[in-house]
Design a binder for this molecule. Sequence first.
Ligand code: ADP
Ligand code: MG
Length: 700
Amino acid sequence: MITLKTPIEELPQVGPRNVLYLHKLGIRTAGDLLFHFPFRYDDFSDFKAIKDVEVGQVVSIKGEILEIQNVRTRRRNMILTEAAIEDDSGVIRAVWFNQPFLTNSLKAGTNVSLSGKVTFAKEGMQLSGPAWEALGKSNLHTGRLVPVYHETEGLSSKWLRVHIKPLLSLSDEATEFLPEEVLERQDLLGLSEAIRQIHFPDDDVAAELAKRRLAFDELFLVQLYMQRQRQEWQRQKAVGIRYDKELEAEIKYFLEKLPFKLTDGQKIAVWKIIKDMEKDSPMNRLLEGDVGSGKTLVALLAVLVAVRSGYQALIMAPTEILARQHFAESLKRFHGTNIRIALLTGSESRYFDGRDEKSLTKEKILSAIKKGEADLVIGTHALIQEKVFFKSLALSVVDEQHRFGIEQRAQTQSEVSDIEDGFVATVPHLLSMTATPIPRTLALTVYGDLDLSILNEMPKGRQKIITELVAPGNRESTYDFIRKEIKSGRQAFVICPLIEESDVLEVKSATETFEKLEKEIYPDLAIGLLHGKMKPKEKEEVMKKFSKNKINILVSTSVVEVGIDIPNATVMLIEGADRFGLAQLHQFRGRVGRGEFQSRCFLFTDSTSGKAHRRLKALIECESGFDLAQKDLELRGPGELVGVRQSGLPDLAMASLSDSELIQATREEAKVILEMDADLKKYPELLSRIRIFEKDVHLE
Ligand code: ADP
Ligand code: MG
């Protein structure tokens, strides 16, 4: 007997090759297959008598095949299968290209149902390339709303329909895990009904209701997961850092010494952080801000609060270069404060004792940290995780940069909890920072109800980066411009087009651009190359050279590190600009304009599509990453936002991210349920479902 747990290998007519393809999609059991949903439908529900059929319509007809044959077309040398179909009202022609085997299944005298578009040829009206099936059985491919599944290697929608249909009865076995009251309040379809209807809906309305129910499930689980995660975090203890008069004076003094004033966003963020850290439950705040919006300074103020209260603080960065950058910035900002700072990366260990900065062995630094002789420790994630013991760590700052997603957040929390902070039974306050500009509503969805601070205003006096769309004929003049910039000592980035289907192609295109620039255009200049297939060490090496101006022009795929500060770089040239999302283009642009020099961003595109040009124009006109992310959301949908696709959200949840009503509803319901029953004791089905979800998230 087939159940939801039956492995797909044991299903009838599923061969080893199909098994392979299904496994690639993560489908291992009959249940998995049943939960593989279509993403749209072909509407073939309009049955017509042949005499009523009109050119341009998408119709379904029922009739008998009078004759059918393969002919070779003279032009283009293709095989054309043509058939004549008759019903009570008339006869119509149907044609298929390059499917000669059709004559094996469709023989004269067979009664069939056909669905497709009516076109006009010199022989008259015809159905071209219609979907077909023999009459008699229930309709799968014609004469109804026909489910279309995402194309995947080796698995056609037709194959999926045939194999999913017999499993529909299993949907009764699927455990209804939504609490009765939620189903009622939200007026949702029952689970088994929703599964039947999402595959083979009775009509449009049924399809919509099914989608709503199943999307609700995914979003609800995300919300529940995030809110539970948050509860769990807040149940832990942290050291409360009392913000007293003395501390206030200390901060004031620090701010007075700064050569600039904080932006309003920075002030608010710092204040919230101070308030968070006063509590004895741990802070878990996300600081979102465009590149250059001054996140590091906010972090350093938090560090100051912790350190001046006698605790240690930690800043973790994703790469060595970024760690070094934070180290340099801290030395500058904390100059004269006698705060002791340690830098720990795979290749460097440095120590600032409050007066002098020097290289020390890793062992010495580790022991200084353990003895509490380093107030601020800066390092790469990997290293800190490994072996650092603190004496009294009260604050961890995690600079995630572009890392984003529900599993990353969960991971960050557990990483930070695991650090040996030197206290019994506490965790440090956690501040994460990201440069991914995600609109607030979206962030709240993907992260549940998190504490979020957004820096949406750039520090004053920042130079505007001039952005230009370059017509294909003006490539030369751009190259000349770059040469002039290099002559006067500046540097340039060249970003190669994103090729999503293939890393290999992307690397190839970058390598070609690199060779062209090096050999033909700028044989006299130093050109560097950076791509995702290089080892981390090699990448660091190239970036190091670039930051020392030993490379004039850096050719890179989209991997170029977010957050890298090269104030001397003034040109950002982006090839195939239309292939990137607005927010991502904006991040590239943010790589320049970080110094005192006027910077420029050149956009190249071969695309002639009006839509692509409108998007690029938006980039030219708009300077704020958040506004651009919002525009991207409107123009391309949520799935295309930087980070969101990597967020680990299930498909339907992803597709429903622009449905703010549904998001709101799921968030509310999750909150209501957890407020009543934090441990889900009364909802065992829901609890076991959320456990599965948790496991999936951690396996990603
Ligand atoms: P990001 O948000 O990308 O991490 P940074 O923190 O690196 O940005 O800040 C970029 C630069 O702007 C740094 O050199 C920093 O000192 C400076 N900066 C930060 N805040 C301000 C401000 N309020 N006014 C002027 N410059 C600022
Ligand atoms: Mg930064």
